[in-house]
Write a protein that binds this ligand. Structure first.
Ligand code: GLN
Ligand code: ZN
Length: 782
């Protein structure tokens, strides 16, 4: 039997640059400080470096067209000329101005795209003059956001960009024959939404395919032999029509002449019931995500046609841990020995990992030795390929180091805290149940709080002005000392408390000036978390986040927020909310250890936050808010997996909230709008009050709550904090009336949609003044 040489492929590489060079260039361009040529030349330099880097690390198959100035889905929209009419595209090549107008809104004429205020986690949007940006949506279950294509029933597709070809030729000029990456036609359509009349996006496929064929032909003529077709939708629940669309699309693309080989590349999960569909397609290769779904290797290996190449996603493209290389070899060796043509790859594009661990010089060496970022992951793949091609002895040192790192991570006292493990294992139902039912709690809480009807409050943060950010940065650099920084924060807090009293708000907040980020602030104080200096991951466009890394058992060495709460409450007679981030949100916005189930890690965080809730109560807090902004984001890709996730997510929230007495009022906040799917779970969280985003849909979103007869109190956001616009009293009063038509008026609270940290003080003051007036007007009517 012939043994084929095993090759290494990377499916995509981070593009923001090791020092976020692309971010710097983009923002300079948007600000008018550099011109388009300068931006494009920075981009070309980054691509050249990235290609050379991957080749030097040992990648045989290097991708091109994985680079993007903003987003790879937007690139596809440009490629197929699906530019929405609002952007006034001429129908020629999509130029930079049109591209960034789609990404960021067109702003004033001649501008380089507006700036939609979006928090770093992508909670979106905002106005400006001109055409707004296209809608941004989470990319599957990652924290990356793409711009959702918009299709009309009479949608026309035509070649709008030659980027895929240009970048292929560019790499060739550098002596690297790349495998271009395209988002496949079926996933592209399925990720889009319809505009105007509702219709099936898949009906557009026959019109779309000719553009793909044209691009494939141009690549083939230029010398490309393979193209990577990303089809992540193949791991999601598909209708029969969608499966048929796959059949059709790949049959058409297989006939492209001159011929080109397609590597069909699904990722982020198991093919599952789409396995059959995928195996039938006339493609030359199939990739499998064996990190998320290792069980699919056996059936695919046995059912795949012998001439097809199998791409094995054996290195985690979604996380930061070193792989157990010997364990991978144990699985792959028999397959190679059997004569199958094999390519080794990460589970998905490395876009979702930070670039290079080398830059993390300050990390604890033991922890650092457990980590691998994109660069290290390509090196791991190269080691695996050498072991398969030349025998394990050829890379003995590398394999031994991998085994040692894995063993150290398993046994390190840094990771294992028996007390934390024992506590998380406690299944006593009392831990996740409040003493009394909501109705009983409500009576005692009302007596104690004595609030008016339509009580007013805010979601927590107040403007993080340039001054606040500068003080934080100066403190970080040691320019101002701890005492000076604390004094500054106290002053900001005191001013904000007084200001809320003057405005007439009923339940106050301290303003969160001491917090950089709602997850990082807690992660930095919890054991089991580590933070990096430069491990940036793209969230959208030029925005990057540095997610905390949860490496070990999580505990809370000391109270995290009590001192700030005590200080703020000491300034006022009115109730001051304790303000916490919930365990599910902390989990979903972090890199999570992969040596135990996520649910287990979440439970440990839940106990840590529970202790904080109890300490706040002991200090005297009567209202405590536990934000779960990212609970919905964590929903698995397959519906069949939702219930299990929601079960433990809700249980974790309840653990945090159930350590307090009946009279302590627990609030939660969720800042997204699709509640229909999860309304039962929101009910099951058993919070006393929930604040949610609703204003942009004029309270229609409350239908989910009213249909479900949501029992507890609700603060439907009465104004959109994502825009600087100040809504009038009448407008907010009308929204309250609408809300009261859907839910019992005596259960309504009045608050904005989300925290105010991205806003300025002037508009915040104007909007909250109107909001308080609207609440007063509603009280008169009640
Ligand atoms: N308490 C946080 C704030 O007000 C909540 C933010 C969020 O939900 N994203 O900023
Ligand atoms: Zn929010």
């Amino acid at each position: 039997m012939t043994r084929h040489t095993v090759q290494v492929a990377t499916l995509g590489f981070p593009r923001i640059g090791p020092k976020r060079e692309l971010k710097t260039a983009l923002e300079a361009y948007w600000a008018g400080k550099i011109d388009g040529d300068a931006l494009l030349s920075t981009a070309a330099e980054l691509r050249a470096l990235t290609w050379a880097r991957q080749r030097d690390l040992g990648a045989d198959i290097v991708p091109s067209n994985d680079f993007s100035l903003y987003d790879q889905v937007l690139d596809l929209t440009a490629m197929v000329g699906a530019v929405p009419a609002a952007y006034g595209w001429s129908g020629d090549r999509v130029d930079l101005a049109t591209y960034f107008a789609m990404a960021r809104g067109s702003g004033a004429p001649g501008s380089r795209g507006g700036d939609s205020p979006v928090c770093e986690h992508g909670h979106v949007h905002g106005g400006g003059e001109g055409a707004p940006a296209m809608e941004m949506t989470k990319w599957f279950d990652t924290n990356y956001h793409y711009l959702a294509p918009e299709f009309t029933a009479d949608q026309v597709f035509r070649l709008g960009s030659t980027k895929a070809l240009d970048e292929y030729l560019e790499a060739r000029g550098q002596g690297i024959d790349t495998r271009p990456v395209l988002l496949g036609p079926v996933s592209y359509l399925l990720l889009g939404k319809t505009r105007g009349a509702d219709f099936d996006v898949l009906s557009l496929l026959p019109r779309l395919l000719p553009v793909y064929a044209e691009v494939l032909r141009s690549l083939a003529r230029a010398g490309a032999t393979w193209v990577q077709m990303d089809e992540p939708c193949l791991v999601t629940d598909l209708s029969d029509e969608a499966k048929a669309a796959y059949d059709h699309a790949y049959r058409v693309l297989a006939d492209v002449t001159p011929p080109i080989k397609l590597m069909l590349t699904p990722y982020f999960g198991a093919l599952g019931d789409n396995l059959h569909t995928a195996l039938k397609l006339p493609v030359h290769g199939l990739h499998l995500d064996l990190i998320r779904a290792s069980e699919q290797l056996a059936p695919v290996a046995s059912d795949m046609r012998p001439d097809q190449v199998l791409s094995l996603g054996v290195i985690d493209g979604r996380n930061v841990w070193k792989a157990d290389l010997n364990a991978v070899l144990d699985r792959v060796e028999p397959l190679v020995a059997s004569g199958r043509r094999v390519v080794l790859a990460p589970s998905c594009s490395l876009l979702h990992t930070p670039i290079d661990l080398e830059r993390e010089t300050a990390l604890e060496p033991e922890i650092r030795n457990w980590l691998a970022f994109a660069v290290q992951k390509v090196a791991e793949l190269a080691t695996l390929a050498r072991a398969l091609n030349q025998g394990r002895d050829a890379v003995k040192a590398e394999l031994d180091a991998s085994t040692a790192a894995v063993a150290s991570r398993r046994t390190s006292p840094r990771i294992n805290d028996p007390k934390v493990q024992a506590r998380a294992a406690d299944a006593d139902p009392a831990l996740s149940n409040r003493t009394s039912s909501f109705e009983i709690r409500r009576t005692v809480q009302q007596r104690r709080l004595n609030l008016p009807a339509y009580p007013t409050t805010t979601i927590g943060s107040f403007p993080q002005t340039a001054e606040v950010r500068k003080a934080r940065a100066d403190h970080g650099k040691g320019v101002i000392d701890d005492a000076a920084y604390a004094a500054f924060l106290r002053e900001e807090t005191a001013r904000t408390v007084k200001w809320q009293e003057d405005l007439g708000l009923d339940v106050l907040v301290h303003g969160e000036f001491e917090r950089n980020d709602m997850v990082q602030y807690f992660g930095e104080q919890l054991s089991g978390f580590v933070f990096t200096k430069a491990a940036w991951v793209q969230s959208y466009g030029s925005r990057c986040v540095r997610p905390p890394i949860i490496y070990g058992d999580v505990s809370r060495p000391r109270p995290m927020t009590v001192e700030w709460w005590r200080y703020a409450q000491g300034l006022t007679e009115r109730p001051m909310k304790g303000m916490l981030t919930g365990p599910v949100t902390i989990l979903n916005w972090s890199f999570v250890r992969d040596d135990q189930p996520r649910s287990e890690t979440c439970r440990q965080i839940a106990f840590a936050i529970r202790d904080e809730v109890i300490d706040l109560e002991t200090a005297g807090a009567v209202v405590i808010q536990i934000d779960e902004a990212a609970l919905r984001e964590g929903l698995p890709l397959r519906r069949a997996d939702w219930a299990a996730y929601l079960d433990w997510a809700v249980e974790c929230f309840r653990i945090t909230a159930s350590g307090v007495r009946d009279e302590t009022q627990i609030h939660t906040h969720m800042c997204y709008s699709e509640f229909n799917d999860i309304i039962q779970s929101i009910g099951a969280m058993d919070a006393d009050v929930i604040s949610i985003e609703t204003s942009r849909s004029r309270m229609e979103l409350l239908d989910a709550f009213s249909d479900y007869r949501y029992p507890a109190e609700i603060g439907p956001g009465v104004y959109d904090i994502h825009s600087p616009r100040v809504p009038s009293v009448d407008e907010m009063a009308a929204l309250l009336t609408a809300a009261a038509g859907k839910l019992p008026a005596d259960r309504l609270w009045v608050n904005p949609d989300c925290g105010l940290k991205t806003r300025g003080w002037a508009e915040t003051e104007a909007a909250l003044t109107n909001m308080v007036s609207a609440a007063k007007a509603a009280r008169l009517e009640a």
